[in-house]
Ligand binder design. Structure first.
Ligand code: ZN
Length: 384
């Protein structure tokens, strides 16, 4: 089944973690043996071939660069907005390079989305519209085995919708317009702490004047508002200030894991009312309560993939249907196997979520909605 992953930081991994995502996951892990600069070295779970193996043919991929805020900087931040802009432009250059080799393809309108879905729905036999221009020139190491379904999938480009996580890099509103022209289709105004435009996770307070202007310009351009990471004050303000389409790309439930990074039942209800889709994330500390970094392990917490299904189910129970739930794994968001479910080896294991949902009694139709149908419907409507 096709899986839509609504949140991956692919370019950040390529450029800041120096990972060649065209390589196999084993090779990426091996090359990091002995490295200690980041906690997830040698434990990465995401590369392009593992995405294809799991049927993750479509994703929302980020540009991400924040500025260092004196009061709050738990993650690396640039000293100026111009530097952050340059960083996100470098990330875009990586996505473009992946497009040039046929590894990825940018999706920015309803027609492109439809075309891409058709490409992934083709069967290996009789795939006449499978043009060589969109196929990958296979790199070394591939022997001439009989073509099975996996080999066939491995030749397909992964579709990506460009999303900006945290808007600090938008120097002026002209930069937002330029980004839109480059294919940017969704923006989350804040990340962690206070930002240039809005307050994010662990911060408080509403949008400043610049933030309100940003929302207005997003609405004019038809950019989707990603409410993930907005602090509660900004979240509720955004519902009033922004009338365009909104989603929560990688977001879990506060009722299951009490922390302001997660959304309360009231927030989820409000999003359902606005037609949003909420992507459940696989970062361990957002799946189970009481996670202590560098202490708790997936095993000691009894953390398995079943936990993400509990968050998905919680959203469905509040919505009264399966029409607002999806997956936004965040699996390459600066963590690896040390901070993911114990029974997950790579992103290809997302393919097991449909089976877990069925075991809970979800119908085939509902499982399809959660796996990709809801986000596809959302985008089709947003871009109509
Ligand atoms: Zn995030």
């Amino acid at each position: 089944m096709l899986i839509f992953d609504a949140h991956l930081d692919l370019a950040m991994n390529a450029l800041e973690w120096n990972r060649d995502l065209k390589r196999s996951i084993d090779e990426i892990r091996q090359r990091e043996t002995g490295m200690t600069d980041k906690p997830d070295r040698g434990k990465g779970t995401v590369c392009l071939s593992e995405m294809r193996r799991g049927g993750i043919g479509l994703c929302v991929a980020t540009q991400i660069a924040r500025i260092a805020h004196n009061a709050y900087s738990p993650v690396f931040g640039w000293r100026s907005q111009e530097q952050a802009w340059a960083q996100t432009q470098g990330q875009l250059a990586w996505y473009r390079a992946m497009e040039e080799t046929g590894q990825m393809t940018q999706i920015k309108d309803a027609e492109g989305l439809k075309r891409h879905l058709r490409l992934w729905a083709e069967t290996p036999t009789g795939s006449s519209s499978f043009s060589s221009s969109s196929s990958i020139e296979m790199s070394s190491g591939n022997d001439d085995d009989d073509e099975n379904e996996d080999d066939w999938k491995q030749k397909l480009p992964i579709g990506y919708i460009l999303n900006l996580e945290g808007a600090d890099s938008i120097v002026t509103l002209k930069h937002l317009e330029r980004s839109y022209e480059q294919g940017l289709r969704a923006v989350g105004p804040a990340h962690y702490g206070p930002g240039v435009y809005a307050n994010g996770t662990d911060a408080t307070g509403g949008f400043n004047a610049k933030g309100r202007e940003l929302l207005k310009e997003m609405q004019r351009l038809g950019i989707i508002l990603d409410v993930t990471h907005l602090c509660d004050d900004c979240f509720w303000e955004a519902l009033d200030l922004f009338t365009g389409p909104m989603w929560a790309s990688h977001q879990n439930c506060r009722a299951l894991v009490p922390h302001n990074r997660q959304f309360s039942d009231e927030q989820i209800e409000a999003l359902v009312e606005r037609g949003a889709v909420i992507g459940a994330a696989l970062d361990a500390w957002m799946l189970v309560p009481g996670w202590v970094r560098k202490e708790t392990t997936p095993e000691s917490a009894g953390l398995t993939l079943e936990k993400i299904v509990e968050h998905i189910d919680h959203v469905c129970q509040i919505a009264g249907s399966a029409r607002h739930s999806g997956i936004g794994s965040d699996l390459d968001g600066a963590f690896g196997r040390e901070q993911t479910p114990a029974d997950l080896d790579t992103i290809a294991d997302l393919a097991r979520i449909p089976t877990l949902l069925k075991a809970r009694g979800y119908s085939e139709e509902d499982v399809t909605l959660i796996a990709h149908g809801n986000f596809v419907r959302f985008l089709t409507e947003a871009w109509s």
